[in-house]
Each structure stands twice: as C-alpha cells, then as structure tokens.
Design a protein around this ligand. Structure first.
Ligand code: MG
Length: 257
C-alpha cells in the first residue's frame, strides 16, 4: 500500500511537472490589469493573468537607445521616448504600483516560473526605421533562445517583415500577423502560423476563419471587450480571443459550455 501511495505521488508529480498550458481561448491583452487596477504590461498584470488561468498573456516589446529590450505598450514610458532614452534614464520613472519598466529578460523569467500561461510577445514597430523593428526581432529571438523560453513564447507583430524574420530565425516559432491586410493564404505562404486580426476584419471577410483553418492557421482576434463580439467569435470556433476583460470572457466561455 505504501509503495502504491509513493508510486501515485510520483505519477502526480510527473503529471503536474509536465502539465500542458491552459487549454482555453483567453488571452489577456497587456496582462490582466483592469479589474485590479494594475499597470498594463507590468509584471503584476502578468502574474494576475497567470493567477486567472488565462491561456496567454500578451505584452509589447521595445528597444531602448542603448539596446535593452523592455516591455511597455506605448512608445513613451511616462513621457520618455523609449527608443531615444537609455535604460538607466527609463528607471527614473515608475509605474503607479512602484514597478520600473520591466526588461524583457525579467518578464520572460517571471513567466517561465509556471507552465500554464503562454507569453504572447508583440514586437512593436519602430518610429525610427523599419530596420530597427527587425533589430528588435533579432534581439528578442536571441533573448528567448538564451533563456530557453521557446515553449512559452508566441510572437505577434503588425510588421509583416518582422513576422517573416522571426520565422527565419526560429522556424518552429508560432507567429501571428496583426495588421489584417493579408489573406490567410498569403500569411501561410510567408511562414505565419496564425492570424491575429482586429475582430472587424473577420466580419468584413467572413470566409477568412474557415480559409485559415483549412490552411492549418490559428485564429486570434483583438481587442474584444464586448460580450456580443465574444459570443460571435466563439460561435465561429476561433482558437483565441485577446481581451482587456479576461474575467468577462471566462464567464462567456463558461456559459457556452
Ligand atoms: Mg500589443
């Protein structure tokens, strides 16, 4: 009996250790920040998305003047233009919860403490040049490889060339295109693994979801904060929905099951 108990303990440990990422459609946009009044793209909002059991937590990556990868949505961090500011200068500003701007390294390390919530990494476009956005992609993929974070990370970008570059650098990576101006066939041919379009694009092109699925592409939609829009997408069997309201989306998903 004792042997049996220890055997089941080992089995439980194994199952927990190698457990899969949460199998649901909820992607928290810039983390789960809204209900708990946390700063968007903060480590705190990532932790909250993980605590809520989201499939993914989205965040945005920029490169500072002195080539440090940092996580923030806007091109400015409390009035400082990230691309024209050194990391040390950015540290003079803080989020209202006391956090500094997270480095990508710190953000990934936090996410890698668990294996339930994926890290949906957006490479931001550069206001300096398209080449600089490609440099952000290069540095980001290098960082993900250095930390061995490939299992956690999926990439998104509005930059068509950025996604193509990521696919070249890491052909196994999941990469979704955000802009909405390419057909599913064009995205597939370029190496993308999914579409992540504004939800209105799927209304304008009602054939896109079925076409994409036929090609083996996943469908995500941004940024869906309204119950009716969520229900409409769930009806069309999208894989993921990116939202500022993860709690509401969980509620809607629960009602549909
Ligand atoms: Mg984003």
């Amino acid at each position: 009996m004792k042997k049996l108990l220890s055997l089941s303990a080992v089995l439980l440990f194994t199952l927990t250790t190698f457990a899969q990422f949460n199998n649901n459609i909820v992607v928290a946009h810039r983390g789960a920040w809204k209900t708990h009044n946390l700063p968007e793209n903060s480590i705190a909002s990532l932790k909250q998305a993980i605590a809520e059991g989201c499939h993914g937590s989205e965040f945005d990556v920029h490169l500072t003047l002195d080539n440090v990868l940092v996580v923030n949505h806007d091109h400015e961090f409390y009035g400082l233009d990230i691309e024209k500011t050194t990391y040390a200068e950015l540290l003079t500003k803080k989020h209202p919860n006391g956090e500094s701007i997270p480095t990508l390294e710190a953000y990934l390390k936090e996410g890698m403490k668990q294996r339930k919530t994926k890290l949906i990494l957006e490479i931001k476009t550069s206001r300096i040049s398209p080449e600089r956005a490609l440099a952000v992609a290069d540095a980001t993929v290098a960082m993900v490889k250095k930390l061995k974070a490939q299992k956690w990370v999926e990439y998104i970008s509005f930059g068509w060339e950025v996604g193509i570059r990521i696919h070249e650098l890491d052909p196994k990576a999941k990469v979704q295109y955000l802009t909405g101006d390419k057909t599913p066939a064009e995205a597939k041919a370029a190496g993308y693994t999914g579409l992540d379009y504004h939800f209105s694009v799927y209304n304008e092109h009602p054939d896109y979801i079925a076409e994409a699925h036929k090609l083996g592409l996943t469908i995500n939609a941004w940024t869906v904060n309204d119950r009716a829009d969520m229900e409409n997408l769930i009806k069309q069997h999208v894989e993921y929905i990116t939202t500022n309201e993860p709690e509401l989306l969980f509620e809607v998903v629960g009602e549909k099951n």
